[in-house]
Write a protein that binds this ligand. Structure first.
Ligand code: DGL
Length: 271
């Protein structure tokens, strides 16, 4: 199975596109809802939570794990790939979502000025700035940390007045940094749920990019290039859902993300 991990519900926006592009494959989704949000947590905490999740997904039978969370991809992926994977499961793979997005974001902009909304953890890691500079060295990139957006989504506040206030405030802050931005990347898997409100306050003509499709296309491509992983994947088209919070909490929240009538299972980590 392909493991898909996020701190909470956000990775469901990536899972949805993966399921569309790879309908015959089996997936296991794990949301660490009991410990979300990760956005403002330290490197050490995010790394240790993520390592537990990756190990759990390996144990559930996933030779390939996609970290469908930018905060986790930015802060924990490299250490896990370089230090842990060779020891715990050298035959398995863990992929993130920052690099595949950074590879192609430059293609969407005509002005050569791009804006990024992300969690404080992703912004301070500067992962996007570093990765984009390899692929589009001339692209001007401005970042805006949005510390309230994930908690708003996790609490189902998708279009309230409070949500509008924080979204408008962060959009204004981004465009004050660079009014020439013509493309905005939602570099957090929770944010597509806020797209209608974001669109409402974005300057006219600015393009809004979510990562789901990008990650799905890159995964299809990855599987073509890695038959040794692809051959180990089960293909019956089913998806299992696991959460570290209560099953009821997860099922209710997942409903907001378009996952209706799912039955989740609870995973308990020993802290
Ligand atoms: N969905 C996560 C991301 O893409 C949010 C992380 C969090 O703050 O829990 O960054």
């Amino acid at each position: 199975m392909i493991g898909v991990f996020d701190s909470g519900f956000g990775g469901l926006t990536i899972l949805k596109e993966l399921q569309k592009s790879l309908p015959e494959y089996d997936f296991v989704y794990l949301g660490d809802n009991a410990r979300a949000p990760y956005g403002a947590r330290s490197f050490e905490t995010i790394y240790s939570y993520t390592l537990q999740a990756v190990q759990a997904l390996f144990d559930l039978g996933c030779p390939l794990v996609i970290l469908a969370c930018n905060t986790v991809s930015a802060k924990a992926l490299r250490t896990i790939q370089q230090n842990d994977l060779p020891k715990i499961a050298p035959q398995n793979r863990v992929l993130g979502i920052v690099r595949p997005t950074a590879e192609c974001i430059g293609e969407f902009s005509e002005s050569g000025h791009v804006g990024i909304f992300a969690t404080p953890g992703t912004v301070s890691s500067e992962s996007y700035l570093m990765e984009i500079s390899h692929f589009s060295p001339n692209l001007v990139v401005s970042q805006q940390a949005c510390p309230f957006w994930v908690p708003l989504v996790e609490n189902g506040e998708l279009d309230s007045l409070g949500t509008e206030f924080f979204i408008k405030r962060d959009i204004d802050a981004l465009f004050a940094k660079d009014p020439a931005i013509d493309t905005v990347l939602l570099a957090c898997t929770h944010y597509p749920l806020l797209s209608p409100v974001i669109q409402k306050f974005l300057p006219k003509g600015v393009r809004l990019i979510s990562q789901g499709e990008i990650v799905a296309n890159k995964t299809v491509d990855y599987l073509k290039r890695h038959p040794e992983i692809e051959n180990r994947l089960q293909k019956t088209g089913k998806t299992d859902f696991w959460t570290t919070d209560t099953v009821e909490f997860f099922e209710k929240g997942a409903f907001l993300f378009g996952k209706k009538n799912i039955s989740a299972k609870k995973l308990t980590f020993s802290y």
